[in-house]
Design a protein around this ligand. Structure first.
Ligand SMILES: [Zn+2]
Ligand SMILES: [Zn+2]
Length: 773
């Protein structure tokens, strides 16, 4: 029995007991205080409830047994968006109060509250928006305690209207009445708004500076007409601008691709409802659940034959990314869109690799070349936040990009950490701040290859440090000397110590952390990806390691081949194929696709480079091996976006073919030469890419099993962690995990953070935390 219980028992006879409950978790902006108020009313208890920067505090007074019932109900009946992390209870002197109130927020210096991610519009709010007789009829910013913007409008904690970008919209008397009524769905709904007092939309045409063409509902109708007429419209949403166009219109898509400088990379879609999605994609029950979840991510789905959409949405790709509307604004645009298929391309509003645009001014400057018109609104976006992208695997989520709807909800760690800032890698960058047992992994920042993205990164880091009240004592970065993120980290070294973390070690640590491994036992880690800086200066990417958080031992890796011309080769898989052929001692037969496509002069230069090791970097990259095989199989010779060749090879692969290829594994070295040899033989025999792809995927899965079994014999370790961008390939993931499970291994794969570099910062953070203690 602890002290507070003792006090309770002693006080029971005195009839009145008072307790102070401190609750942490996602308890602000989710209707928690009105919920507590209603509970206190139900049990006839006195006291108060309020928000502070740590969460919610309750002082409650009444008979001891009623208080106990209250405490029990508090846990079991919490509102849908609430997530209680911890409740601490202290006994207090009863004050003899006779009523219960909601008190004003308290600001404390220290804070440990979670901030809710943005939540899609709820059923009730949508119904009001579509109800002709409701005062919010066709109002695009309708929201309540159960739904609406959160993270993207929050400037500071506690989560209260003055600390959000709703501060500039004083509520009208009717909204205020809802806000003040504890029994109303909008009681203390901070973004509460209506057509009278809240934000509004308007339309401007690109190039006609600041001239308002239409407002409110007229603007929405005008946008629908523009979209139906094949125009590209920049639409301000929750976390940034989208560029939208009719997904069935080839001309509109061609225009958008040309303007955006995006040749082939797939565009995401927003479709009115599940039924519409089913016109162009296969949707499993799990995928349907994810599409309709309150996070509303983009879900990667299998394309259907005979799709009514333009082939330019996702050319050469068998997957298509789709999401459902998540704000009333999106519903109003899609519902009576005058088009046969109610589906719009909705791609991030940015030029090429720059961050998603979030302010009206930025949009006028940066998107005028891309869009024909703008649908603006006047609620500021505080934190930019791209849409999340998720692939389903075995009925659970395999994140490809963890952003809106998920960030900034933390990943719970199995141990306390000092405050660490991990800055991530280069591509698909995110960062991570740790505080006690929580790792706050940021939303998607982008490819950190330009100063605009670096600036967005810096702003986001400062924002997280502020809203989560973290002052990092340690910074973790990648070992790559040329990553902008690493350079940024090293510039801070005078104030804050910096730890450089090996790329693949960070990948493995990220899976370990999301599975709450304490790190007392090492795991066998397979980190397969495209590029990561090795401790020997080579480009790693086909790595097997024994790893815990403190250290790793590289126990096996793909045999190095020379990567000619460094990064340039990555855009031209045929060069990788030629390098792999050369390394395997196989002649460049002119019947092979990569040889055919490589000009004679380039071949002679390349050969000299390889033979004399001029401008080549040794690499053990598994991602590059996928590129080489895709090229040899005739699937893809040049690429226009990262991972394209491997994605297309996976898409063509029909598993279950006999005659798997095999690697040569001995002494910690994995030689791909026998695989390359077999691929060439198959190609010359006229084998289809589907068969070659299947035999290759099987070979990689067999390799994982073989190396795993070998290492288990030597170390008795039975946990195998799979990470790195290559494991976004669910065909490989399934083949590998099935083999491992059949052999009695425990296979750890990603479910909360991406296997690609979007999850890297989490791994860096826990490694740095381990090193500092
Ligand atoms: Zn709602
Ligand atoms: Zn109002």
């Amino acid at each position: 029995m602890n002290q507070s219980d003792a006090v309770t028992d002693a006080a029971a006879d005195a009839a009145l007991t008072r307790k102070r409950l401190t609750i942490t978790g996602v308890v602000q902006g989710v209707g928690f205080r009105p919920y507590v108020y209603a509970l206190a009313m139900r049990y006839g208890l006195a006291g108060h409830v309020g928000n502070d920067s740590e969460g919610v505090f309750i002082e409650i007074e009444g008979p001891a047994d009623t208080l106990e019932t209250f405490r029990h109900s508090l846990l079991t009946e919490a509102p849908p968006l609430a997530h209680i992390e911890q409740i601490s209870i202290e006994a207090q002197q009863p004050l003899g109060e006779d009523h219960f109130v909601i008190v004003h927020s308290e600001t404390k210096a220290k804070g440990n509250t979670f901030i809710s991610p943005d939540v899609c519009v709820c059923r009730d709010c949508l119904a009001e928006t579509l109800n002709l007789s409701d005062r919010r009829y066709r109002y695009p910013f309708t929201n309540c305690t159960n739904c609406g913007p959160r993270f993207t409008i929050i400037q500071d904690i506690p989560y209260d209207r003055p600390f959000t970008s709703m501060a500039s919209f004083p509520m009208c008397p009717e909204c205020q009445k809802e806000y003040d009524d504890p029994l109303n769905r909008r009681f203390h709904a901070q973004p509460n708004a209506c057509p009278v007092c809240g934000p509004q939309v308007w339309l401007e045409m690109a190039g006609e500076s600041d001239e308002v063409q239409a407002e409110r509902n007229d603007a929405l109708l005008a946008v629908q007409r523009l979209l139906a007429g094949g125009k590209v419209v920049a639409i301000k949403g929750l976390g940034g601008f989208h560029l939208a166009c009719d997904a069935a219109n080839d001309d509109a898509l061609e225009l958008l691709r040309k303007r955006k400088g995006r040749v082939e990379k797939p565009f995401a879609l927003m479709a009115l409802d599940l039924e519409t999605v089913r016109h162009f994609a296969e949707v499993s029950d799990y995928e349907a659940m994810l599409l309709t979840s309150r996070e509303r991510p983009i879900v990667l789905l299998k394309k259907k034959n005979g799709s009514p959409l333009s082939h330019l949405v996702a050319p050469g790709n068998q997957m298509i990314g789709a999401m459902l509307p998540y704000t009333p604004l999106h519903y109003l645009l899609l519902l009576d869109l005058p088009l046969p298929v109610k589906a719009l391309v909705m791609t991030s509003g940015n030029y090429s690799d720059e961050p998603i645009v979030k302010s009206n001014e930025e949009a006028r400057q940066h998107l005028a070349r891309l869009a024909d018109a703008f649908l603006f609104h006047n609620r500021d976006i505080v934190a930019r936040c791209d849409d999340s992208v998720i692939r389903m695997w075995r009925g659970s989520e395999l994140p490809v990009r963890r952003s809106r709807g998920y960030a900034p909800f933390p990943v719970k760690l199995p141990f306390d950490t000092p405050p660490v800032l991990a800055v991530g890698g280069e591509l698909k960058s995110t960062f991570c701040l740790t505080k006690e047992k929580f790792a706050y992994l940021s939303q998607h920042i982008g490819d950190m290859e330009n100063l605009e993205t670096l600036a967005a990164f810096e702003t986001a880091v400062r924002h997280y440090e502020h809203i989560f009240r973290v002052e990092p004592q340690l910074i973790a970065c990648d070992m790559h000397p040329n990553y902008l993120s690493s350079r940024w980290a090293l510039e801070q070294a005078a104030q804050t110590p910096v730890i450089q973390v090996q790329h693949h070690h960070a990948h493995i640590a990220a899976v370990m952390a999301e599975h709450q491994l304490t790190g007392v036992q090492p795991v066998i880690g397979f980190a397969f990806d495209g590029t990561g800086y090795g401790t020997d200066g080579a480009i790693w990417g086909g790595e097997v390691m024994l790893a815990d958080y403190a250290q790793f031992e590289r126990v096996a890796h793909l045999k190095y081949i020379p990567l000619p011309g460094g990064d340039a080769a990555i855009k031209r898989p045929y060069r990788l194929a030629l390098a792999h052929l050369w390394a395997a001692g196989i002649p460049w037969d002119s019947r092979l696709a990569p040889v055919k496509v490589c000009p004679q002069i380039e071949q002679s230069v390349l050969l000299k480079q390889l033979e004399n090791k001029i401008n080549t970097i040794p690499t053990s990259s598994m991602g590059r091996l996928f590129d080489a095989v895709a090229s040899l199989a005739g699937v893809r010779q040049t690429i226009t976006y990262e991972g394209q060749a491997a994605i297309e090879l996976e898409a063509l692969t029909v598993t279950g073919a006999e005659g798997a290829y095999s690697f040569h594994y001995s002494g910690g070295e994995i030689d791909a030469a026998p695989v390359i040899q077999s691929v060439v033989e198959d190609v010359l025999k006229g084998c289809s890419p589907a068969i070659i792809g299947a035999r290759f995927h099987d070979a990689v899965a067999d390799l994982i099993l073989q190396v795993g079994v070998d290492l288990r014999k030597r170390t008795s370790i039975n946990q195998i962690a799979l990470s790195g961008g290559v494991f976004q390939n669910v065909t490989l993931l399934e083949l590998a995990v099935r083999r491992l499970e059949n052999a009695g291994f425990e296979a750890l794969t990603h479910n909360k953070v991406p296997p690609n570099d979007g999850g890297l910062a989490l791994g860096q953070a826990v490694i740095a935390a381990g090193k500092s203690s």
